[in-house]
Structures are given as structure tokens and as C-alpha cells.
Design a protein around this ligand. Structure first.
Ligand SMILES: NC(=O)c1ccc[n+]([C@@H]2O[C@H](COP(=O)([O-])OP(=O)(O)OC[C@H]3O[C@@H](n4cnc5c(N)ncnc54)[C@H](OP(=O)(O)O)[C@@H]3O)[C@@H](O)[C@H]2O)c1
Length: 343
């Protein structure tokens, strides 16, 4: 099963607008050989995250990907050969192995190297127990601080992060309204994910629908999107509301920065708080959050949804899906099955 080349997608140029296949270059190279203290990993699953668009264009909480390097991605792989005392051939591992078949690593660098917990499926590991599920957990509970009976709005609600964030607010006894693109996603929110209401921001009148579904205002807003929905929510804040800024995907492809939300002064008038957060700020508590999320999952209290593409060659097109809304659920790509019996 060991291919004799390492197929890779390298970053070819920095996107000026919408990210596309032209920003990457396909390359086939020899399979790397692990040195002392390193493992050779066969990459099996890739996670697709809107923040990858940021990694291509600018330094953020991690340095941007360098031109000519494989595109960075959270991944799950299998150790094929080990010269590292902590790992053996067959171990299923997680890290940031990138858009390529193979990599060698000593476990240093972004996302490090760790063994996949026994019995956890790769699709769940890269969704619920990775940046998306953990951002939903900490963003909603620590930043949003929802209380029973409160009204919570989630944007990008049918996505990986938003769908979990909204369900957590439901578990805390809130009334939860989501915004999402299209009837299919909105129907899923109310029939499957347990949301109290959903607004199709693409075809419905967003301000009017927010007014209908949140007649007494909004206590917590978990924002994945930014732009018009943030501005409309700012106009409807209840006293002491909390806005958890998780992301702003509507802005990631902008070539120039747009003006900020004009309704921001309502933060002053309502005595509210708007706070950004990065999931990695809570790294010391990931184990605790994973235990709670696993419990909710086991008890049938959380729905998770994945959108799975197959084949490394599809990686650039798969990334682009996040920005058109073509993905429905956590976007993943499966490269291969484990070549060895998992250890
Ligand atoms: N702060 C953190 O630590 C952290 C961690 C993880 C993720 N995030 C952020 O969370 C957000 C969601 O990420 P995810 O991985 O869960 O992705 P996702 O929601 O599963 O997928 C992205 C979704 O964004 C929506 N979208 C794309 N362009 C849009 C636009 N112009 N206006 C409105 N919606 C648009 C699309 O849904 P529709 O079909 O509904 O439009 C698309 O399906 C992103 O902003 C991401 O950067 C932050």
C-alpha cells in the first residue's frame, strides 16, 4: 500500500480574493526518510477550516504558509516507520501533516503530534474533538455564558462550529436561533439539530426575521460570519448581552478591509460585551472539554455532521467549498485507509 511517491499540493501564490486551485501547485517527490527522533506518517484524513485562507495570506496566530511549502492542514495519519521512542508503526496520530501523502515529524511545531484516543473515529476526532467542536464549547460557555431562558443567535449555524455551539446553548436551556444559507440547512437546524428557529440569510429578509424570532432582543450572539448579520444583531441586543466573536468568514476573501459595523454603539447603550477568542487560548482545558463533549455524544444529546470528499487531488476545490457554502457540516477529505493494522 506504500505509494512510491509523495504527492503534495504546494502553496504557489497568495490569494488576493477568492481562494482557488490557481493558488496551489501539484508536485510529486520522493517519500521522506525519518531521522533519529522522527516518525514517517502516512496522511489519511485532512480537515478543512476557513482559517486556512488566512494562513495562506498573512501571519496570524501562526506564521503564514511559505510559498513552495505544502499547504498546512490539521490531519490524521498513521505511523509507518518510527525512530521516535513514543511511537510505533501502526499508531494512528493527529497533527498538522498538510496536503501531502507523507511527512516526517519529531512532533514539534503547530498542533504537535499525539495519538488518536482509542475508538474515536477520524471524522469525529477532526470535528467534535478538534478546533471546531472545542471552539464551539469554549466560545459558547466561556465567552457567551448562556443562561437558561436566554435568547441565543448563532451565525453560520449549520456549519461545523455553529451547529455544535447552538446545540450547547440548547443544552444550557436557551432559545436558539440560527442563520444559514439555504432551505436544506435551515430545515436541518430545526428538525435535526434542535434549534428553535432558523433564518435563511440568502433568501429571507434578515432584519425582519430576526425581529420576528427574537422579539425581546438577543442575549448571546455566537458569530462565525461577521458583516451584515453582526450589524443586525448589534441593533437588537438586550441589556448585558454577550457577543462571542468566533470568526468572520464573510470577510476572509476580501482584498481590502471593509468598514466596521455601524451599530456598534449599542454595545454602550446596552452595557454589552463583544469578545473575540481563539480556541488555542484554552489548550490547557481541551481534555476537560473533550470529556464533556464525549459524554453528550454518548448520551445522544449532540448531532454532528460531516461532509467528506475523497482523494488528495481534490484538496483545493474542497477548500473553496467553505466559501461558497457548498459544504454541509464539517468539511473533511479522506486521502487513504490506514495501510497497516492500527497499533
Ligand atoms: N476562534 C476560533 O478559534 C475558531 C475555531 C474554529 C473555527 N472558527 C471560525 O468559525 C467559523 C466557522 O468555521 P467552520 O470550520 O465551522 O466552517 P463551516 O461553518 O463548517 O463552513 C463555512 C460556512 O461558512 C458559511 N459562509 C461562507 N461564506 C459566507 C458568507 N459570505 N456569509 C455568510 N456565511 C458564509 C457557509 O455556510 P452557509 O451555507 O450557511 O452560508 C459555509 O458552509 C469560521 O469563521 C472560522 O474561522 C474559529
Amino acid at each position: 500500500m506504500r505509494n512510491d511517491v509523495n504527492r503534495r499540493w504546494l502553496l504557489a501564490s497568495r490569494p488576493a480574493g477568492v481562494v482557488g486551485e490557481e493558488n496551489f501547485r501539484w508536485s510529486e517527490e520522493p517519500i521522506p526518510v525519518p531521522g533519529e527522533g522522527q516518525v514517517l506518517v502516512r496522511n489519511l484524513w485532512l480537515s478543512f477550516d476557513p482559517t486556512q485562507r488566512n494562513w495562506m495570506a498573512r501571519d496570524t496566530y501562526v506564521p503564514m504558509v511559505r510559498i513552495g511549502e505544502p499547504m498546512r492542514a490539521a490531519s490524521i495519519g498513521q505511523v509507518i516507520e518510527s525512530r521516535h521512542p513514543g511511537y510505533k508503526a501502526g499508531d494512528l496520530v493527529r497533527g498538522a501533516f498538510g496536503w501531502q501523502d507523507y511527512t516526517v515529524t519529531d512532533g514539534s511545531g503547530f498542533l504537535g503530534l499525539s495519538k488518536l484516543a482509542p475508538g474515536v473515529l477520524p471524522n469525529v476526532a477532526l470535528n467534535l474533538f478538534a478546533a471546531t467542536g472545542l471552539a464551539a464549547y469554549f466560545g459558547m460557555l466561556e465567552v457567551g455564558q448562556p443562561k437558561p431562558g436566554e435568547t441565543v443567535v448563532v451565525s453560520g449555524a449549520a456549519g461545523a462550529t455553529g451547529s455544535i455551539a447552538g446545540q450547547i446553548a440548547k443544552l444550557k436551556g436557551c432559545r436558539v436561533i440560527g442563520t444559514a444559507g439555504g432551505k436544506l440547512k435551515c430545515d436541518w437546524l430545526t428538525t435535526e439539530a434542535g434549534f428553535d428557529g432558523a433564518i435563511d440569510y440568502r433568501s429571507e429578509d434578515l432584519p425582519a426575521r430576526l425581529g420576528e424570532l427574537c422579539p425581546d432582543g438577543i442575549d448571546v450572539f455566537f458569530d462565525n460570519v461577521g458583516g451584515p448579520v453582526l450589524n443586525e444583531v448589534l441593533a437588537r441586543l438586550r441589556s448585558k448581552a454577550r457577543i462571542a466573536l468566533c470568526g468572520a468568514i464573510s470577510r476572509y476573501n476580501d482584498a481590502t478591509l471593509q468598514p466596521g459595523p455601524s451599530n456598534y454603539f449599542n454595545l454602550v447603550a446596552s452595557g454589552s460585551r463583544m469578545e473575540g477568542f481563539l480556541v488555542f487560548q484554552y489548550a490547557g482545558r481541551f481534555a476537560e472539554a473533550s470529556t464533556v463533549l464525549a459524554g453528550w455524544l454518548r448520551d445522544g444529546l449532540l448531532k454532528h455532521k460531516e461532509d467528506i470528499e475523497i482523494g488528495l487531488e481534490k484538496a483545493p476545490k474542497t477548500l473553496a467549498k467553505l466559501f461558497t457554502g457548498e459544504n454541509f457540516g464539517k468539511q473533511l477529505l479522506k486521502i487513504a485507509d490506514p495501510p497497516l493494522q492500527p497499533g
